[in-house]
Design a protein around this ligand. Structure first.
Ligand code: GDP
Ligand code: MG
Length: 490
């Protein structure tokens, strides 16, 4: 069972029950606040009972500070004082952190034996008192309001360690079967930064070949004229996507290739239709296209491209999809859409097959209506609460325009921080977060090792019907970075 993370985790167990060991196997040292360790800081050593009052004063301060920042905090004390437990619980509530109690229900004889083996054992009568209180603590915890109460026997922790080792094994390389995870999601690698050094084509080729080997379903590129501030600096390279996808189409892979998303303000829709049809022809039918209304005024101004108001941009999106579909249809006859019209539809090469059109954006009044009316898919944020709200609106539009909601696939953009392990995930957060508070950055990017992300994707599929996750790694520097994501594709 995976515990909520971040969380306030309060350990409850007699001396020698294995609390500190349990915590050390699962959390970073900085996340564990230990009364014994603080006795060592302010007293003569970890077992200096005379230092208890000072040690607990500091412990309370550290717990309050960490929990107040929304940081994962493991309280390593006996955990037998109900008053302290309820005050920690209140801190967690206030900070919106889930509160977990972990009961180390190690057999009493084991606690006694391990205690006796210590350099400085707890006096036998004190241990006996702890063990007596342990017999009723489960009942107390049940009424205190913990989100999760876990009971574990000391020995179980060795099983957990073994499990963690399994997770760290290199993932099997995918074969050429259908590229969906066991939860039925396909994962497309979204590439938004291009730290390619002196070798742009080599870097891109390396990423694509490795993504294909590992079992990604495709590659999606951003379509911007200037690197966007959410991702990098304006002077960092951001290649023209259709030229770049042409390079990738020439590689021997099964990757689907497309943009996420093309602002319909940048090129006339017919020219986009031409590029996408060409990409589909060159790649043997692997093209898709993400489309949006455009939002970044600066890149338009800087390239001499008009940037009309929101209503007109949404018109361009809506008419643009119709225009592309007209140009991809058989024949050359004139076409009259709801607003736009073409005197002929002579566009060769045709796409090999139907090209999926993914409508990006979550504007409820129009963007989602356009997705409902004309999209093969929508692209929404991966936050479950936002996703639930947006899909409800999408489906309302579907029923309004008489479209079967099953015809509009739900896709999400997810930007996870994926660590080899907890410590690695946290180091990445510290490196990436800039001026954002660590806890909010970690939460927004779900910082964790790959298995936690795999569970999240399975939940997105099961609870929200997500068919495709576009996965953008905030720290994709080279092809080597993809391996640690591979367990997500299993
Ligand atoms: P705490 O007093 O509850 O924090 O207990 P510790 O984590 O310090 O563990 C006490 C002793 O028990 C140490 O010598 C540990 O190495 C040992 N220990 C802890 N967990 C286990 C376990 O799961 N199995 C075994 N065999 N020994 C353990
Ligand atoms: Mg301990």
């Amino acid at each position: 069972m995976r515990l909520p993370d971040p969380a306030l985790v309060v350990l409850v167990g007699a001396s020698g029950s294995g609390k500190s060991t349990w915590a050390a196997e699962r959390y970073r040292p900085q996340e564990v606040v230990s009364s014994d360790a603080l006795r060592g800081v302010v007293g003569s050593g970890n077992h200096d009972l005379d230092a208890s009052v000072d040690a607990f004063a500091i412990l309370e301060q550290v717990v309050a500070a960490r929990v107040g920042r929304g940081l994962c905090t493991v309280v390593d004390t006996l955990g037998l004082d109900a008053g302290r437990r309820t005050s920690w619980l209140a801190l967690a509530r206030q900070a919106g952190l889930p509160a977990v109690a972990v009961v180390l229900a190690t057999p009493e004889a084991d606690c006694r034996r391990r205690n006796a083996a210590r350099d400085v054992p707890v006096p036998a009568p004190a241990l006996a008192g702890q063990l007596r209180r342990m017999r009723t603590v489960a009942e107390e915890l049940a009424t205190e309001g913990w989100e999760v109460v876990v009971t574990t026997e000391g020995a179980a922790s060795q099983g957990a360690a073994a499990e963690e080792q399994v997770v760290a094994r290199p993932a099997p390389v995918a074969d050429t079967r259908d590229r969906r995870t066991s939860a039925g999601v396909e994962v497309v690698l979204q590439v938004s930064r291009f730290p390619w050094g002196e070798d742009p084509a080599g870097w891109l080729t390396g990423i694509a070949l490795e993504a294909d080997r590992l079992g990604f379903a495709g590659i999606a590129l951003m379509d911007h004229l200037v690197q966007i501030p959410q991702v990098g600096r304006a002077w960092e390279p951001i290649p023209e996507p259709y030229v770049t996808l042409g390079l990738l189409a020439g590689l021997d892979t099964r990757l689907r290739l497309g943009t996420l998303v093309t602002p319909m303000t940048l090129r006339p829709a017919g020219v986009v239709a031409k590029a996408v049809a060409t990409l589909d022809a060159l790649s043997g039918g692997r093209a898709f296209v993400g489309v949006g209304a455009g939002w970044w005024e600066r890149e338009h101004a800087g390239f001499g491209v008009p940037f009309p108001g929101a209503r007109e941009r949404l018109d361009l999106l809506e008419d643009g999809i119709e225009t592309m579909r007209a140009l991809w249809s058989p024949g050359t006859k004139a076409w009259h859409g709801t607003r736009a019209a073409l005197p002929e539809t002579t566009c060769y090469p045709r796409p090999v097959g139907p090209v999926p059109v993914i409508v990006g954006g979550s504007g409820e009044r129009r963007t989602l209506r356009i997705a409902a009316r004309l999209g093969d898919a929508c692209n929404l944020p991966s936050d479950p609460a936002v996703l639930a709200a947006k899909t409800a609106v999408l489906h309302a539009h579907c029923s309004d325009v008489g479209r079967d909601p099953a015809e509009v696939a739900v896709t999400v953009l997810d930007l996870p921080v994926v660590g080899h392990d907890r410590g690695d995930a946290w180091r990445r957060v510290e490196r990436l977060r800039g001026r954002t508070a660590a806890a909010s950055y970690a939460a927004r990017h779900h910082a964790a090792p790959a298995p936690a992300h795999a569970e999240r994707y399975a939940a997105l599929a099961e609870q929200h019907g997500v068919s495709t996750v576009f996965l953008g790694l905030p720290d994709l520097d080279s092809a080597d970075d993809l391996e640690r994501v591979a367990p997500l594709l299993a």
